[in-house]
Design a protein around this ligand. Structure first.
Ligand SMILES: [Zn+2]
Length: 275
């Protein structure tokens, strides 16, 4: 397998970039070949998520971009598309997500890679993206197989050494994986994203303390979701138990997104629903 490893798709997430620097410094022979890419060099210089538009929404037929990211996404497309089998894109989040991988592709190799990484760190959670299986504007659209790594919480522009070490360990293990092992997807837990929870339209609301910092904790009917300065509370009124992800992620504030919502299921079930 030929891997393209991308760090700094978002310029204010240096953990992925430092992970790549560590891989290059060690220069180890690995089973799978690889090449590394600094996703958004100009945004990294500026310590910003992006310059003109989010680079990780710029790829494939549904991508949109402008200015610098329009140019950079076409450069990366020329460098990567049809030249690599697997995209590993290294990200961090300000949310309390701990160690996660996100599936946007649902082919055999992407699934095996997610299960293999979970075996290395049993607490690592597998997320099935809202856009999984479809044309997705992320870097993952540049190859047939892909995984997005998301570690947190870490403040933007902070080089968290513990996260760098774990990201390095997982990346190098994946580079030595032969994709031979079979996994039973009925036994593998995942979180399937089904929607976005925006902040309420009227008034000034904050995410309730029972949810803020509690990514992956269940929310059931009647649990508080939002509160305001007058101690008013908005509760969850849906029928299903849901699991919040990317709660209060700094980058989502510009879109008025409070969190993503997911259901806890098995990979087998998630794949069935996507068919
Ligand atoms: Zn990111």
């Amino acid at each position: 397998m030929k891997f393209a490893i991308i760090g700094g798709t978002h310029g204010n997430e240096p953990v992925g970039i430092k992970t790549i620097e560590k891989i290059l410094a060690e220069n180890k022979e690995t089973l799978n070949s690889y090449k590394t890419f600094l996703g958004n060099p100009k945004a990294y210089d500026l310590k910003k998520r992006y310059v003109d538009s989010d680079l990780n929404r710029a790829f494939g037929p549904n991508g949109s971009s402008k200015g610098y990211e329009k140019k950079r996404s076409s450069e990366l497309t020329d460098l990567i598309k049809d030249k690599f089998d697997f995209i590993l894109d290294l990200h961090t989040t300000t949310s309390n997500m701990k160690f996660t991988v996100i599936l946007t592709r649902i082919d055999e190799f992407s699934l095996k890679a997610a299960c293999f990484l979970q075996k290395q760190i049993p607490s690592l959670k597998i997320i099935v993206s809202l856009r999984a299986g479809n044309d997705c504007p992320y870097t993952s659209s540049l190859a047939n197989s892909a995984l997005t790594v998301e570690f947190g919480p870490v403040i933007n522009n902070v080089e968290d050494d513990k996260l760098i070490k774990t990201m390095f360990e997982l990346t190098t293990k994946l580079l030595d994986y032969d994709f031979g092992e079979e996994f039973n997807y009925e036994d593998i837990e995942c979180y399937q994203v089904f929607g976005i929870q925006s902040y309420p339209d009227q008034g000034q609301w904050e995410i309730h303390k029972d949810i803020d910092g509690h990514d992956f904790d269940p929310i059931t009917y009647g649990n508080p979701m939002f509160c305001n300065d007058s101690d008013e509370i908005i509760t969850y009124k849906g029928p299903n138990t849901i699991y919040p992800l990317f709660v209060n992620e700094a980058a989502y504030q510009e879109n008025n997104t409070a969190m993503e919502m997911s259901l806890k299921t098995t990979l087998a079930n998630a794949l069935f629903k996507l068919k």
